[in-house]
Design a protein around this ligand. Sequence first.
Ligand code: HEM
Length: 502
Amino acid sequence: AASFGLNLTNIQGDILIGMKKNKELFFFFKIQDATAFKSHLGANILPLITTTTQILSNSPQLTTLVNIAFSQKGLSALGVTDNLGDTLFFSGQLNGSSSFNDQLSNWVPQFAGSDIDGVLLLASDTVDNVDSTLSTIQSSINGSISEVYRIQGAARPGDQQGHEHFGFMDGISNPTISGFAAPALPGTIVHPGQAVVAPGIILVGEQGDPSLSSRPAWALDGSFLAFRQLQQRVPEFNKYLLDNALSEPNFTVQENADLLGARMMGRWKSGAPIDLTPLADDPVLANDPNRNNNFNYTHPTFDIKSDQTHCPFSAHIRKTNPRADLAAGFNNHIIRAGIPYGPEVTSDEASASASSTDPTLERGLAFVAYQSSISTGFAFLQKAWASNANFHTVLHLLIHIIPFLSRLLQLGKWHDHFTGKCARTDCHSSFFFFLCLFKIDYSTGEDPIIGVAAGDGPRHPSGLDPQNSTRVMTIEQDFVVSRGGEYFFSPSLLALQNTLSV
Ligand code: HEM
């Protein structure tokens, strides 16, 4: 079913297409007895691990899907001494937390501790199924691991199914890998607009893996799982939208609030992309997989380097996947497989006080991202793009400097640059190119959903107001708060069998 020799029965099922069940438990564990655990891993857990092939077969026997992944501490506890070649994984998420501007005081103590050796992911239609599979595993492995922490993820109820807690449809845009698509397998169909990346961008050891030469052989077909518990302050988000509703003529206040939310996200709550439908939601478009991802921010009569009438540069989905904004392409892709956790907003919370202060009502996203390199995947998206107020300024400079330098090197042609056009309205020719270099005033601000300013200060996204694209908005509060997480390695089934359980 694949070129590049992809062996789908060797790849854990969550990585390429997600386990996609309404309930998912993240069971974080510590290894208590490594020798005993190794033999149980091979004898009792491995037979339960759900492969990519099994998910694609959609077999009714698959009641509860099971995947497993290990932190660096867990691999060390199992006596694995090979370096997997990913420095962020090696040092663990806690050590890099300050680079995300995370406030450690917000971290769940278990993530801030040093006990998490691994995580079991159990997905099913009901919590009962999940619990019964967990007890089967626990009784068979005889105390060789112990629970450190758990997060019960659950799809939201009713018509909110598939939507994250702010209300936006999630799970629409994920890249796929080349060689995976096979007409006979519906889960692998490539939809228009979907990114197709080299297998090694997601799978360790495959073609396109940026660290191919430094991987131990057994790591082939594994993937790094970046886990984050991201709390969402839903009442605060909704209040901000209403308090700062835009001023589109003939819109009600609520419609202007919805428009602001859509421009922060880059999609309407239905999932319809604002790049295709900037001023009104379009649920039919949202539900059409052949159209709902088929956009790249270019429009025939608009200039992609300055146009924000369709979608702001700061919008969450444009920050995290700039599509044609980066004409040269990029490898900073992740496959997301998270699920919401926590209860629905109560009527008390939704009322005037608009605050999520009750810890028993914490809600958010159990965020899961797969990639072959955490520093070019999750960490890059979060730091270099989402939290970087100057993202597009940097791009803009690169767009000029690279061709300029390359032309300088080809001496005779250097002057070509001077006929090259910078599409920015204030920079039509190379004469203005130099001015442009010194005029770094073009800041997009942070991602209004997940960006975090240095020192956790206010964020200043621009481009959100279609009436005034240079207007900068101030967001004092984070709507998404990192409660911490860990980096894991989700090994292949062969690695579980031949390396980790012996
Ligand atoms: C897309 C919400 C955290 C990366 C989306 C979408 C929503 C969303 C509603 C649009 C649906 C889709 O295109 O599939 C959220 C919320 C978050 C969160 C509420 C936190 C609570 C993150 C984080 C990252 C991230 C931490 C990475 C650092 C992405 C990417 C896309 C996306 C790459 C796809 C963009 C595209 O291809 O167009 N997110 N997200 N998200 N998000 Fe997030």
